[in-house]
Design a protein. Structure first.
Length: 314
């Protein structure tokens, strides 16, 4: 059976698809259409960039593209995902932060509010430290500070059990790619179901979403690229570049920050979120009840309300 091609990510809706060149590669971005009658020039609106988590693509932000207002909303397929280029390297924190800063400028802006889930949120943390001039504020969904997540995984038994077995298994060459993509990407669906609330899994929104995710992860090189994020996170801890990266990340952010955490998230527990507060002493950390790891998809109404309030305050 033929593998899907990147065109499967160009899903129709109240948005437009863009190809944006930044940091040496091409990114597939999706921009929410302006409200009827709004002819404000795009680059005069505040830019909000939405970055997805592991195994996903821009579609994870569909509810926010439809539901948020007052800004230029752009969801990104991260390096290696969806309709974006899939180079063999560049899945380290330094390059990913450079991607984000480059995208802000390529879209015609000098700064942006970054919104990220899981791995996309870690990119937000890194960009805020390494390219602080282009970041006005960050909002995160189940994405603790990388130093807090590492410390929690190593010292908090429950968080270690939730995170480390999968993360360490991903270090094996080739096998994890096959596990994610075989049987029409049944492995990816199993992973998402294990981290999502039961209520979301019973609805049509989940069925539509998991169908899109299963296609997108089977695009050639997409699974490998996704796993390279996870591999760098572990292997860099034993290299000078990784130690230097974590040393730089040991930095308190003074910009506005919002962190939303699914109260029933079985993958990112409360402990690393609590530890993250010392890196953003002025930030706001809130729980979203009865949802799992994908709060922005499982409870879009509540998450949009919190995000809109945060954006309006900038």
């Amino acid at each position: 059976m033929a593998r899907p091609d990147p065109s499967v990510t160009r899903i129709a809706g109240p948005w437009r698809h863009l190809d944006v060149h930044a940091n040496g590669i091409r990114f597939h971005c999706v921009e929410a259409l302006p409200e009827p009658g709004d002819d404000t020039p795009l680059t005069t609106r505040p830019l909000v960039m939405l970055m997805h988590g592991f195994g996903s693509f821009w579609w994870s932000w569909r509810h926010q593209l439809r539901g948020l207002s007052g800004a230029r909303l752009v969801a990104v397929d991260l390096r290696g995902y969806g309709g974006s280029d899939k180079p063999p390297r560049g899945y380290d924190g330094w390059t990913l932060a450079g991607d984000t800063a480059g995208l802000v400028r390529a879209l015609g802006h000098t700064s942006a509010t970054l919104v990220g889930h899981a791995d996309g949120g870690l990119v937000c943390w890194a960009t805020a430290v390494l390219h602080s001039r282009v970041v006005r504020a960050i909002a995160l969904v189940s994405s603790p500070h990388p130093a807090a997540l590492r410390a929690s995984a190593l010292t908090h038994r429950e968080q270690g059990r939730a995170l480390l077995p999968t993360l360490l298994r991903y270090q094996i060459p080739r096998l994890p790619e096959r596990e994610l993509t075989r049987d029409d990407a049944d492995g990816l669906e199993h992973l998402v179901r294990a981290r999502a609330s039961a209520a979301w899994q019973t609805g049509e929104d989940f069925r539509e979403t998991i169908g899109h995710l299963r296609q997108a992860i089977q695009i050639p090189s997409a699974a490998h690229s996704a796993l390279e994020y996870q591999r760098w996170a572990v292997r860099s801890q034993f290299r000078n570049e990784g130690r230097r990266f974590m040393k730089l990340m040991n930095h308190r952010l003074e910009i506005p920050l919002l962190h939303l955490h699914g109260r029933d998230d079985p993958y990112v527990l409360a402990d690393p979120v609590e530890r993250s507060q010392r890196f953003a002493p002025g930030g706001r950390f809130a729980d979203v009840p009865t949802v799992g790891h994908y709060a922005h998809e499982e409870a879009p109404g509540e998450v949009n309300e919190q995000l809109q309030r945060f954006l309006n305050a900038q």
